[in-house]
Write a protein that binds this ligand. Structure first.
Ligand SMILES: NC(=O)c1ccc[n+]([C@@H]2O[C@H](COP(=O)([O-])OP(=O)(O)OC[C@H]3O[C@@H](n4cnc5c(N)ncnc54)[C@H](OP(=O)(O)O)[C@@H]3O)[C@@H](O)[C@H]2O)c1
Length: 265
């Protein structure tokens, strides 16, 4: 039985993934920020599930989540970094996490960055294992002069920057883990699925949660030997150019490690 941690499993794509994986016989670790929503998701999913709770907008909680997973589970076959906050309602402004980090960057990217790094020993011990980062086709280069977007905030820009950062992290991770039996891939699941974040943003719904679920399950289940790839739905795709820029990825790692160190010190 595989053990699969899905973050943000209490709504949208994550909830459907949890349901499908539990129905298929996997042990699913359902993550959410609200214990009641986690309980409800587990009840609805059936099968073998466990619950973990953490608000990803606070790195201390991310750190505690990692600690709990390392304590409670003897293996981790797949980590799905799915939790995310969308671009927000039209007209909404800049927000920060509990650590003072721009909120989209914090929840969509930095939380998964830290969680994954903390869980690497378990993933390596469980090899062959996988990291699947749910990113987006909405991508925008990180401006290293103002990564926290204090000067020119745009809600879509904030979302797109955080999603490209996830992809850059995935490419680094794949290189780092080469030869250790842990793959790292990332994807745009589907365009404007009918989920809470899309409805809140005012964008027109264009695809179903099932479409995104199929594309994500493909990375969770299959594609042996593939690592360091970005998929647009079911097809391998090309991410924004910055993702292939090693110097930009090095700068992103430095920014990320500084933010994590500061938040946890
Ligand atoms: N929808 C699309 O068309 C689309 C397209 C491309 C990529 N994506 C990506 O797909 C992933 C899933 O999105 P979705 O459309 O399924 O969105 P969704 O229905 O809004 O679900 C988002 C999930 O993330 C959780 N979450 C949000 N902020 C959190 C925080 N601070 N701490 C812990 N959990 C938090 C939510 O928890 P609650 O249940 O407590 O709110 C929920 O479980 C995201 O990474 C998104 O960027 C979506």
């Amino acid at each position: 039985m595989r053990t699969i941690l899905v973050t943000g499993a209490t709504d949208g794509l994550g909830r459907e993934l949890a349901r499908r994986l539990a129905a298929g016989g996997d042990r699913v670790v359902v993550h959410g920020r609200d214990p009641e929503r986690v309980r409800r998701t587990r009840d609805e999913a059936g099968g073998t599930t466990e619950g973990v709770v953490a608000d990803l907008a606070e790195l201390r909680q991310v750190d505690r989540l990692a600690e709990e997973v390392l304590d409670r589970f003897d293996r981790l076959d797949v980590l799905v970094n799915n939790a995310g906050t969308g671009s927000g309602a039209p007209g909404s402004g800049r927000e920060e996490s509990k650590d003072g980090v721009e909120l989209r960057f914090a929840v969509n990217y930095l939380a998964g960055y830290h969680l994954t790094r903390r869980l690497l020993p378990l993933l390596v011990a469980s090899a062959p294992s996988r990291v699947v980062n749910v990113a987006s086709a909405g991508q925008q280069a990180v401006d290293f002069d103002d990564p926290m977007l204090t000067r020119a905030y745009g809600r879509q820009r904030a979302y797109a920057q955080s999603k490209l950062a996830q992809i850059m992290f995935t490419f680094d991770l794949a290189e780092e883990l080469a030869g250790q039996g842990v793959s790292a891939n990332t994807l745009h699941p589907a365009t404007y699925m009918d989920t809470t974040m899309v409805r809140e943003s005012g964008a027109p719904v264009m695809s179903t949660v099932e479409e995104g679920t199929e594309a994500t399950l493909r990375l969770i289940d299959g594609l042996d030997g593939v690592s360091g790839s970005y998929f647009n739905g079911r097809r391998e795709g090309r991410a924004d150019a910055q993702a292939y820029d090693r110097e930009a990825r090095r700068r992103l790692r430095r920014v990320s490690d500084d933010l994590v160190r500061r938040a946890l010190s």
